[in-house]
Write a protein that binds this ligand. Sequence first.
Ligand code: GLC
Length: 465
Amino acid sequence: MFGRTLRNLRCDMMEKVNQILSEFQLKKEELKEIMKRMQQEIERGLRVETHEEASVKMLPTYVCSTPEGSEVGDFLALDLGGTNIRVMLVIVGEDEESKWRVETKNQMYSIPEDAMTGTAEMLFDYVAECMSDFLDKHHIKHKKLPLGFTFSFPVRHEDIDKGILINWTKGFKASGAEGNNIVGLLRDAIKRRGDFEMDVVAMVNDTVATMISCYYEDRSCEVGMIVGTGCNACFMEEMRTVELVEGEEGHMCVNTEWGAFGDNGELEDFRLEYDRVVDETSINPGHQLYEKLISGKYMGELVRLVLLKLVNEDLLFNGEASELLKTRGSFETRYVSQVESDTGDRKQIYNILSSLGVLPSEMDCDIVRLVCESVSTRAAHMCGAGLAGVINRMRARRSLEALKITVGVDGSVYKLHPCFSDRFHKIVWDLTPHCEITFIQSEEGSGRGAALISAVACKMASCMK
Ligand code: GLC
């Protein structure tokens, strides 16, 4: 008798939990609606008359339908845009079958909080310091190498090696950078040090670098996407629709900056109470609303807020949360991956929760897993709807019966979460009939891509001489 009551109580609780989590499920019709709205914003971003007010900025990158041939030799690649700065030495060459062969040496440097949120000078001085250290370590300080710079923020380009930062995203806030030429800031910092010289030949977004690095393996790669700290995509667009740049012939890669989708209210009917809290407590409230539903910078925090909601409803941890769990940012995004990687014995989940100061029952562990699954599945589906929008639009614009295309992808969420990529691929395929989409993971794409495009830029510069 008692056992049955307990079981009933559990069923009751699970029902309530499932009801709360059901808000994260998106029906196919809803995903199609999101896809449609994304396509509308893409159009608005491309058009001169609507560009200013569009949330999806569709920024021209000056990376054009790749001309064959490039310089060979040593290039330096610098990557700034996530939690680390990465410096790389890339040796670009051709092998016997005249295929690209790219060798790399690289080093990561973590970015101190004060460099991220101090002044632009402080940030770029730190970047130059990392480069100097790297050159020392590899005994190449005397060489003036060409540099490819991957800068993963929204940049309004004037050329491939010149562009102003529109606004910071992903927790960066260094003052005096927005509205300024980023390559100029980097050159100034290198000059201030005075212990090495560098020839900055190209600046690209990480999505663009990813697409380029994958293009060298698969010539059908015309889309690049990142799902990491941030979330964004780029793709090759016909020149004549890129109204912000003159010229009609060929294609130019456009950085969508789709992370800002929703900033004009396009996602209001999909955003939940947790999304609103994440946004309100972020460094850039009201901005990057689509990214905040998806990317690694926010995923763990979303999970934490849902857990607190369940605690408040008396459905988890006996209605009591630890101080740590009540602290913003304590549930890291990597825990979401770890929870969902648990093999079924709940050990991993138990360990994470105890490190957060709670002693969970088996049922608590199962609920936490359900929360992680709900949040990360919604992220995969939301992101999938965006990409399906991009690809369906490409097929329609090219008036193709069927489109065969490859997408180069990078980013910690995509690569490290155990199920994100599968769920994401499935939904994209489902939403893109008449398209044959292949996904390839880029290996060190940010650096390699920047170096490869620099090699092309060098070749073009020397041709024009
Ligand atoms: C943010 C940035 C964007 C970048 C993305 C992935 O959305 O604004 O430029 O590509 O993060 O790093």
